[in-house]
Write a protein that binds this ligand. Structure first.
Ligand SMILES: [Zn+2]
Length: 675
């Protein structure tokens, strides 16, 4: 959601109204804290059952449904309530590294918030929608008008608008005689019955009856119904019976967890190209999802659409599968080989890889790093927001940051079947700081994880994350029971009581030797982390930070530093202003801590396809242990030295993007000189 809101804001939309069960807007209010959304106003629309929403295209009737079981208010226990009044985008006050809070104001706010949160019950309603397009006016027949003596001019408009007119000679011309009849607007329903508990209210709601076969006049028959209902509820006999009450020509489009086809062709195109460089580091994503999906017991009226399936509603009613995502691997490969010099560059790369393999042992051993999201705040087509899956061994993983869509990224890589096993391996999630692009995917992941395992999950995060999770738990869905929160400061590197003793069982569950954290220089409560495995390998992740001495200390002699490199070197001022690092600053951090390898990530969307590295000529020797991370990259520590070899071929592969970046930089230089 934050990704979408940011994109809407960037497009210049000033205001968004949220339609849904009362209280839905609270989630937007809470999220706004973690995202820069100052230019976008979000408010809650009044969703009155008796007052359909109307815009120039259609009218929408609200169909609220409620839970049949008693309210859960009494059972909601969140322990000690946490209040978070920190402004995570307060860059002006934290430029000196310190923030001053007005205690009186904070206390007052705190009292007010506590009352707000615990005084409210969980939202126990869901909303479906009946949408009807406005009738379409008939077409004016020019021929008939002229035949009846109507001269071109304003009278044409009146006739078209359905008004009868009188000519100067007194002749009355009826609109219906010169226009084709008005066509009633088609109807479609968007429905969701989230749990069995809502079924009674859902199937008995009188608003649906008007559109079911037994009651309807022809114009009230829906053309299609889009079901967001989970499969378990759809399989309930009451739901099946409810569906059976609609006209047999009404089509049912099901969009639920059984649909696997996700993402766009662009992601697969990109992965197919990278795959040419190294098939293990850039494996294909799950492509089984592109096969046409039918469930064995699906009724013939059920359609399971794939991405970009289109339903045309006007001027004609039509299902259109032409734009559905299909893969064209040959086309992607050809695109690359058509680039002048690519074949030679690839040959050189393969030779260099073979030479290196003779010198070093390169394998697929654990730990493995799977990069799930390597973009910054606004996601791009090929870079999701932050997420790194550290696979300690076959059965143990840790997730380092969990931006929006992290679960979707795991599903995209592994497909529904293998994904379950991977999710089960995740024993801990670490959140570096509370900017949305680093933690908003957590709740989605928790919900999916709960479906496959009840094992305890450790959450290492800034302590104030509790305020957000508690709000979600109290108002939306229970989630707190799934995790044990250990604040990141429990792992501080210079603490007197190393966490290994205090949290012995936790370390056992994770199968790691040590976790250490430090504050880094970004928003309030931002952390860097190091994870040391039982084989002594040390992996460090910067989170978001500008150059930071603490991090260098934390990361001393590590085997791998994963460091943010949001901006190119030219934009060091902007990087400083936003408390991020440039590429060279990230590389320097690696040098200062003597990391064996530095993997750059968190690239601004400006460089999503091919981020620029500092000039090879100046830094040739320094860049042989620096690599660029890509989404869906799988890499073991011994494979890391292969990455620098790939950069020249990558540059060529994405030459157009590379040239664009260079041009932009040149333009900036010219502007600076002109000034
Ligand atoms: Zn950040």
């Amino acid at each position: 959601m934050p990704g979408m809101l940011l994109t809407i804001q960037e497009a210049g939309v000033p205001k968004v109204s949220v339609h849904g069960p009362k209280g839905t807007v609270e989630i937007f209010d809470a999220i706004k804290k973690f995202v820069m959304l100052q230019a976008l106003k979000i408010d809650e629309a009044k969703c009155d059952e008796s007052e359909p929403y109307t815009d120039p295209i259609m009218s929408v009737s609200y169909v609220p449904i409620t839970k049949s079981s008693a309210q859960e208010k009494e059972s909601i226990n969140i322990g000690e309530e946490v209040v978070d009044n920190i402004n995570y985008y307060d860059y002006t006050t934290n430029s000196n590294g310190k923030r001053v809070f007005d205690n009186a104001v904070e206390k007052e706010r705190k009292a007010q918030k506590v009352e707000e949160k615990s005084g409210k019950a969980r939202i126990s309603s869901a909303m479906s929608y009946i949408c009807r397009l406005h009738p379409r006016a008939g077409k004016l027949s020019l021929e008939k008008c002229l035949e009846k003596g109507v001269k071109p001019g304003p009278l044409f408009g009146q006739l078209k608008a359905g008004q009868d007119i009188t000519l100067p000679d007194g002749t009355v011309i009826l609109s219906k005689d010169v226009c084709s009849p008005t066509t009633p607007g088609p109807i479609f329903l968007i429905v969701e019955c989230p749990l069995e508990d809502y079924l009674e209210s859902f199937v008995n709601h009188p608003a649906f009856a008007q559109h079911q076969a037994t009651m309807s006049n022809e114009n009230d028959t829906p053309y299609c119904i889009i079901h967001f209902t989970p499969q378990r509820v759809m399989d309930d006999p009451r739901y099946v019976e409810w569906m059976g009450k609609f006209d047999c020509n009404t089509r049912h489009i099901v969009v639920n967890e059984e649909n696997e086809c996700m993402g766009t062709e662009a992601i697969h195109r990109h992965q197919h190209k990278l795959h040419i460089l190294h098939s293990e580091i850039f494996p294909f994503l799950n492509e089984k999802c592109f096969q046409k999906k039918t469930r064995a017991n699906d009724l013939p009226i059920i359609h399971r659409p794939r991405t970009h399936h289109t339903v045309h509603l006007q001027p004609e009613l039509r299902f259109d599968t032409e734009n559905e995502v299909l893969l064209h691997p040959e086309e992607y490969i050809n695109e690359v080989y058509e680039i002048e010099g690519f074949s030679e560059s690839l040959k050189d790369l393969q030779t260099n890889i073979n030479i290196l393999k003779e010198r070093l042992s390169v394998g697929k051993e654990y730990p493995k790093i799977i990069m799930l999201g390597t973009g910054s705040m606004v996601p791009s087509k090929v870079r999701n927001t932050s997420g790194i899956l550290l696979r300690v061994d076959k059965n143990h993983s840790m997730l380092l940051d969990c931006g929006e869509g992290t679960f979707g990224q795991i599903a995209k890589i592994y497909g529904n079947y293998r994904m379950e096993n991977i999710i089960k391996t995740i024993k801990a999630v670490y959140i570096s700081h509370l900017h949305a692009d680093h933690h908003i995917g957590l709740i989605g992941l928790l919900k999916e994880r709960e479906k496959v395992t009840q094992d305890p999950l450790y959450l290492f995060a800034p302590p104030y994350i509790a305020a957000w999770l508690q709000l979600y738990h109290v108002r939306f869905e229970p989630i707190l029971h799934q995790m044990t929160l250990i604040p990141n400061n429990e792992f501080f590197m210079d603490t007197h009581e190393p966490a290994e003793y205090k949290y012995r069982n936790m370390y056992k569950t994770l199968n790691v030797q040590a976790v250490r954290t430090t504050y880094v220089k970004h928003c309030p409560h931002s952390y860097g982390i190091s994870v040391t495995l039982h084989n002594g390998k040390k992996i460090v992740y910067s989170g978001d930070t500008m150059p930071c001495k603490n991090l260098v200390k934390l990361g001393q002699d590590c085997d791998l530093l994963i460091h943010e490199a949001t901006m190119e070197d030219d934009l060091s001022e902007e990087a400083k202003m936003k408390f991020h690092s440039t590429t060279s600053q990230a590389i320097q951090a690696g040098e200062q801590m003597k990391s064996k390898f530095t993997l750059l990530t968190h690239f601004s969307q400006r460089y999503s396809v091919i981020p620029p590295l500092p000039n090879d000529d100046d830094n040739g020797s320094k860049l042989n242990n620096v690599g660029i991370a890509y989404d869906n990259m799988h890499i073991s520590l011994s494979q890391l030295p292969l990455l620098p070899l790939m950069y020249p071929t990558l540059k060529l592969m994405f030459i157009k993007h590379y040239e664009e970046i260079e041009e932009r930089a040149a333009r900036r230089h010219r502007m600076t000189v002109d000034l």
